[in-house]
Write a protein that binds this ligand. Sequence first.
Ligand code: HEM
Length: 331
Amino acid sequence: MTRLLSASATVLAIALAAALAGSLEGVRTVLAVAVPYAAFAVLVLGLSWRVVRWSLAPVPFRIPTVCGQQKSLPWIASSRLESPHTTAGVIGRMALEILAFRSLFRNTGSRLERGPRLVYREARWLWLAALLFHWSLLVILLRHLRLLVEPVPTLALVLDRLDGFFQVGAPVVYLSDGLILVSLTYLLQRRVRNPQVRYISLFTDYFALVLLGAIAVSGMWMRYFARADTVAIKQFAIGLTVFRPAVPANLGDWFFVHLALVATLAAYLPFSKLVHLGGVFLSPTRNLANNNRMKRHLNPWNYPVKVHTYQEWEQEFHDKMAAAGLPLERP
Ligand code: HEM
């Protein structure tokens, strides 16, 4: 509980500092211009550094994690998706993993029941909440293109129409906004209520969830209650993207809060567990074909090793061994 409280207090402190800085002439330019640029630079350099380090890590063997029959003899049926032996199979498996979180779908939970008896059950809520959260986030980010690009890309317009299909008034309420709130709330309460998960949860686990939740809430507040001036915000955002920043006076406190939280997320991402967004593509346990029985894989760093065989050893100590009455291969 302390970890959750300190994570929430940290996010709240960032939000309050941003609201204060946004209302102070002079400081607001730093917050609106220097902070986003610095955060973006940290994001790009940090991610590149992580990717370079991952790609330099030696992978001498095929080490995919599989749960299906490997390709071997022609009369033994192999599992093309669970244990893919071709590149097409790997692409299929990766696509299902990234788009549908297939391995998480097999998630199980365990419980000690009376007896005592350890019972394993399928646990699909985590899969559902994770899937809803990630898809909602993607839709929200793609929809944000309307604030950053002119003319607005067709994809952003189509998503906007689909996402806001149940218009209950103005402004249109987005389905993705509701889903991201529900899924984040589920993920957070799971960490707090499940004793095993709570035991292994760190400050950083809560921080990531609370930060994402605060970004979503501040964005929704701007849209549905504070009614931010999106025309001014778009001018400002486009100015940033073309490196001609200008800070209009009417951006609003909530926008500064939203921006500061997004900048925090961007700068924090490369050094946090959220970097799995890039790591999943580069994971050798996922992106390698399991053709260990079809192909002979040689360790690329094999070098000639100087060995001392038993025969040579026996020859060296032959006389001593014979004198001690030890058995000899060559008497
Ligand atoms: C991780 C990145 C971001 C996330 C998760 C996020 C999330 C959200 C969410 C959930 C909303 C509520 C309305 C909606 O769904 O469109 C929103 C609104 C908004 N966001 Fe973001 N946002 C992000 C980045 C940004 C950035 C970089 C900007 C700067 C231009 C920005 C500006 C806005 C504005 C102006 C609104 C109000 C839109 C309206 O009134 O229709 N957001 N954001």
